[in-house]
Write a protein that binds this ligand. Structure first.
Ligand SMILES: NC(=O)C1=CN([C@@H]2O[C@H](COP(=O)(O)OP(=O)(O)OC[C@H]3O[C@@H](n4cnc5c(N)ncnc54)[C@H](OP(=O)(O)O)[C@@H]3O)[C@@H](O)[C@H]2O)C=CC1
Ligand SMILES: CC(=O)N[C@@H](CCC(=O)OP(=O)(O)O)C(=O)O
Length: 394
């Protein structure tokens, strides 16, 4: 399916799980007729004839499998092909038994994939390898890349932080950074979307509106961030063994995590001048979830209420970014399995300083959920399509 122009029913407005605080509120949708029902479970081409045909590259990984989970509820996207590397040739039921109820195609190697009948791909591959692979894909494909390969505009920064020269600089220029709430209009016209990293998503969503409104100082921003272990992917690594991770907290990438330039790029764009941050990530013994606790100085004369009101105002029409009621602490439990980012801001006991807490599910808003939000926009659909999940609480 190439031209995507149709209308759909107003069932999104009818969801009864909206609550009075706005958590889960759904943007108003246009009424109309739905042409295609949920086809994403079926890899059979005849059932996909009216759907957008989607390929999932890296479907045997954590973000790939999260895309598969989300697409099972998507009324317009059908899965046409799925790739893997070491697991190529296997049925999904042997790689992810929890997906064996779904009628999905077997995993194949990328070199064996026929993209002629595919409209769009989610690229869920390791950074470094992704740029060459995307360079080799047919030009008709819309691509949402979950890796870090196309996020940094400055190629010398990419080389410095990723330890290799960029091998697809032309594509790098074309790519649009996919922080949906900030760059929505640009994303709608993109062919290649560079989906943001999980830490950068959790940091930029609260800070960009505050910096744009000049409510906080752009110096002395300190970010203390924690991630569940799925953030590191599914491949075996010694530091990710149960014994290494459980019952402890591990700082890593101290002073040199590769998300620093991505965070600074987004905050500098918001500010119009160079912003630098102190950022320390930690691995925490849970499977998914991420919290960024951010310490900032308020601009002279600014009060904590100003920060709160600005965040409320900035996100009042956004479905997936929720500023909690005054004093309520965001918890990773509250976003597990969902595309939400919950934010709140607190006065520090040191006058003039504020503490911001932001939580996301690293695999959803931090990866596959935001990727789906972006592909919805690229394909001309409402961006919330297929993303209506309540948290798995507790
Ligand atoms: N996990 C997270 O929370 C987040 C991840 N990301 C990014 O998303 C991307 C995917 O991450 P994640 O799903 O966690 O990673 P995983 O390690 O879980 O999965 C990687 C996938 O890529 C495939 N693969 C590995 N090497 C190659 C290769 N050389 N050629 C083709 N396919 C290959 C693997 O196949 P096989 O299984 O057969 O080896 C697997 O399907 C990464 O770039 C990551 O940085 C972004 C935000 C958050
Ligand atoms: C816990 C953990 O290891 N998290 C990963 C970040 C998540 C991720 O994959 O981000 P990118 O898309 O930028 O690669 C890390 O720190 O490298």
């Amino acid at each position: 399916m190439s031209a995507i122009s149709f209308s759909y029913p107003s069932f999104h407005t009818a969801h009864s799980w909206n609550n009075p605080k706005g958590f889960g509120k759904v943007r108003k949708q246009q009424a109309g007729k739905l042409h295609v029902k949920c086809l994403s479970k079926n890899g059979n081409p005849t059932s996909l004839q009216n759907a957008v045909r989607v390929g999932v590259l890296g479907a045997s990984g954590y973000t790939g499998s999260e895309v598969l989970r989300l697409l099972a509820n998507h009324p317009q996207f059908g899965i046409a092909l799925m790739t893997a590397d070491r697991k190529a040739g296997q049925p999904i039921s042997s790689v992810f038994p929890h997906l064996s109820t779904q009628d999905l195609p077997d995993l194949i190697a990328i070199k064996d994939a026929d993209f002629s009948d595919v409209d769009a791909v989610f690229c869920c591959l390791p950074h470094g390898t992704t740029q060459e692979i995307i360079k080799g894909l047919p030009k008709h494909l819309k691509i949402v890349d979950l890796s870090a390969d196309f996020r940094l505009k400055d190629l010398s920064e990419y080389e410095e932080w990723y330890g290799q020269p960029h091998r697809a600089p032309e594509l790098q220029k074309e790519a649009i950074y996919g922080l949906t709430e900030v760059l929505r209009e640009e994303i709608k016209n993109a062919r290649l979307v560079a989906n943001p990293g999980c830490y950068p998503t959790s940091v930029q969503l609260p800070l960009v509106p505050l910096i744009k409104a000049s409510l906080i100082e752009i110096k002395n921003i300190i970010i203390d961030a924690k991630s569940g272990v799925s953030g590191a992917g599914r491949s075996a690594k010694e530091n990710l063994l149960f014994t290494e991770v459980t019952e402890g907290l591990n700082s890593y990438g101290v002073t040199r995590h590769r998300h620093v330039p991505e965070i600074e790029q987004g905050l500098s764009d918001a500010s119009g001048s160079k912003v630098t941050v102190s950022f320390t990530p930690h691995l925490i013994p849970m499977s998914r979830g991420m919290q960024s606790t951010i310490y900032v100085e308020m601009a002279p004369g600014v009060r904590i209420e100003d920060l709160y009101q600005q965040l409320k105002l900035s996100y009042e029409d956004e479905e997936f970014v929720v500023v909690l009621e005054n004093g309520v602490i965001p918890r990773t439990h509250s976003v597990k399995g969902t595309n939400y980012c919950l934010i709140n801001v607190f006065p520090d006991r040191i006058p003039g300083r504020a503490i911001i807490i932001s939580v996301i599910d690293n695999l959803v808003k931090g990866a596959s959920g935001q990727a789906l939000q972006n592909l919805n926009l690229v394909m001309g659909f409402p961006e919330n399509l297929g993303l209506h999940y309540l948290p798995l609480f507790p």
